[in-house]
Ligand binder design. Structure first.
Ligand code: ATR
Length: 282
């Protein structure tokens, strides 16, 4: 691939950034559409982010993705926010446009789309159990409420962290202690793991899915490994299992479209390409 002096440039800012799949994902779409464009990893230390961020605009970047630990810092630095960014207090996609800096949160869209791929288009009158109360949890709760969930039961190891979320989201979100899971699961249409448990190198998420009703689904936002022990158990029990790669791929679509002017697709080929890369990385 070659680029010209006119190439549109975007990137992903994080710390660390070495394991991000985003550069490979965007490179795939850039090649697929034969664009004069580049998307680069930007390793930016937390202390440097406030000065590096406006510099990227001055350097002519079209925009960027923002990942851990900068999403809240980016929220504070942009000129305007879309609705999802306001709801989550976090920005993962930035568009530099006409001297202004727009902050978006496309994790909400990404999660909604991955549910749609899994056949879930509405959660009207349904109960969902969400594990974890970090940044990812906020985006996911936002999406669940937009899909009409009647109740979101938020379960987190540290109960204090659920209080902020419960007061931010209102009556449809309730907190419940970790050891109440066996009583919560029988009413759950959907269980979503937003914690880091089950990720390669982390402890497994040890939950017995036996109480979940027939026809329920389990989503794990962890994508390394693609099939976490939680998803393996869900499959073994005949429940629908949705992995974390879909959310990653879909959250990337709006940024790519805004910076490079092409609506990219999430296809089986793209998934296979990234799964192959993850395997090669070990
Ligand atoms: P993110 O922004 O990606 O959601 P985070 O803010 O670090 O990441 O949140 C990580 C989540 O994983 C938290 O809900 C955390 O629970 P605590 O609030 O109790 O820390 C959860 N988590 C991490 N390790 C855990 C463990 N060993 N057992 C239970 N929950 C764990």
């Amino acid at each position: 691939m070659t680029i010209s002096g006119n190439a549109r440039v975007a990137g992903v800012a994080g710390w660390p950034i070495a394991h991000s799949l985003s550069p490979a994902l965007h490179a795939y779409w850039i090649a697929e559409h034969k664009l004069d464009a580049a998307y680069v990893p930007l390793a930016i230390k937390p202390d440097d982010f406030p000065s590096a961020f406006p510099a990227l605009r001055k350097l002519g970047f079209r925009g960027l993705n923002v990942t851990l630990p900068h999403k809240e810092a980016a929220f504070a630095l942009v000129d305007s926010h879309d609705e999802a960014a306001r709801a989550t207090g976090a920005v993962n996609t930035v568009v530099f446009e006409d001297g202004r800096t727009l902050g978006r949160n496309t994790d909400v869209f990404g999660f909604t789309q991955t549910l749609r791929d899994g056949g879930i288009v509405s959660l009207q009158d349904m109960t969902v159990v969400v594990l974890g109360a970090g940044g990812a949890s906020r985006a996911i709760i936002t999406a669940l409420l937009l899909l009409g969930a009647a109740q979101v039961i938020l379960v987190n190891r540290t109960v204090e962290k659920t209080h902020t979320l419960v007061s931010a989201f209102g009556a449809r979100v309730v907190a419940s202690p970790w050891d109440s899971l066996p009583e919560c699961l029988p009413k759950a249409r959907l269980l979503v793991n937003t914690t880091s448990l089950g990720m390669a190198g982390q402890a497994a998420l040890e939950i017995d899915l036996a109480p979940m009703p027939k026809g329920a689904a389990v989503v794990d936002i962890v994508y390394r490994p693609l099939v976490t022990p939680l998803l393996a158990q869900a499959k073994a029990r005949g429940l629908a299992a949705i992995d974390g790669l879909g959310m990653l791929l879909h959250q990337a679509q709006p940024g790519f479209a805004a910076w490079f002017g092409v609506e990219p697709l999430v296809t089986a080929e793209l998934r296979a390409h990234l799964v192959g890369l993850m395997k090669a990385q070990g």
